[in-house]
Design a protein around this ligand. Structure first.
Ligand SMILES: [Zn+2]
Length: 274
């Protein structure tokens, strides 16, 4: 009788645990839910994550992501299946001429700091990642900024240089001829020094308006990046492309994960754009 009761309890227990899924099974089904494409995403086409960095070093400023954190962030992106693409590929995709991989991203840096060459470049190479750096031609070779030789060496290894205007002046304060000098002369100087077309600009400090965007288009750019927080998709304005800025904070890694993973939720709830 005791033996029979014991077997009965075993059978009931087995039934109970097979009806209620294990913690792991729950976690996997939640994961599948967050990975599913929401309807709004399908309508807007692929979401392209454009990360925006400035410095990669261990100083205390908010512009500087610590070297070890930058390494961890690149490892996380690779492990999560993100594929680094070029601005040209992004443009072709937005124009419907190119199908992107499932998790496309652009890794971008602004200003052209020396630590991009010294600290970020070896890490990007370690993970085989492409990146794009927006350069201020008048600052190249000055203390704290990369030299033309360094820029060329990086370009030979998958890092694309584009424009961040000639002198990094706040564009909204400039008259039209000043705007043209900043936008066009930087493009020409970079093209001459680096020997390739420079089709993209990142607005200094991210500030822009429709008039500035119109002049960027007029002088020959094909696209322009802002620091408007969000992902690029088919609804994006080619001359006001969204980026996700990554800064050094008290909790850099936690903030990084949140900015990357929760971005779609922010957008769906209408907190960022639309
Ligand atoms: Zn800048």
């Amino acid at each position: 009788m005791k033996k029979f009761l014991f077997v009965l309890i075993l059978i009931i227990a087995w039934g109970f645990f097979s009806v209620f899924p294990s913690h792991d099974a729950l976690r996997i089904s939640n994961y599948a839910l967050t990975e599913a494409q929401p309807i709004s995403e399908i309508a807007a086409g692929p979401k392209i994550l454009v990360l925006n960095y400035h410095q990669v070093n261990d100083s205390a400023t908010s512009l500087a992501v610590p070297v070890a954190d930058f390494d961890s962030q690149m490892a996380y992106l690779v492990d999560s299946g993100y594929i680094a693409i070029t601005p040209d590929a992004l443009l072709s995709a937005l124009e419907g001429e190119l199908e992107l991989p499932p998790k496309p991203m652009l890794i971008t840096f602004d200003d052209g700091y020396t630590d991009n060459y010294e600290n970020a470049f070896p890490i990007l190479q370690k993970y085989g990642l492409r990146a794009t750096i927006f350069i201020i031609p008048a600052f190249v070779g000055k203390p704290g900024y990369m030299t033309w030789d360094e820029l060329k060496e990086m370009e030979e290894n998958g890092i694309t240089m584009q424009s961040h205007t000639l002198n990094h002046i706040a564009l909204e304060e400039l008259p039209d001829d000043g705007l043209r000098v900043e936008l066009l002369n930087s493009k020409r100087m970079l093209e001459e020094k680096l020997g390739h077309a420079v089709d993209f600009v990142a607005y200094p400090t991210g500030t822009y308006n429709l008039h500035i965007a119109a002049i960027a288009k007029e002088v020959g750019y094909k696209g322009a990046f802002t620091i408007k927080y969000g992902n690029v998709d088919l609804g994006s304005n080619l001359f006001a492309l969204e980026r996700v800025p990554i800064f050094h904070t008290a909790t850099t890694m936690k903030d990084f994960y949140e900015r990357i993973e929760y971005r779609q939720n922010f957008e769906e709830f209408g907190w960022i754009k639309k």
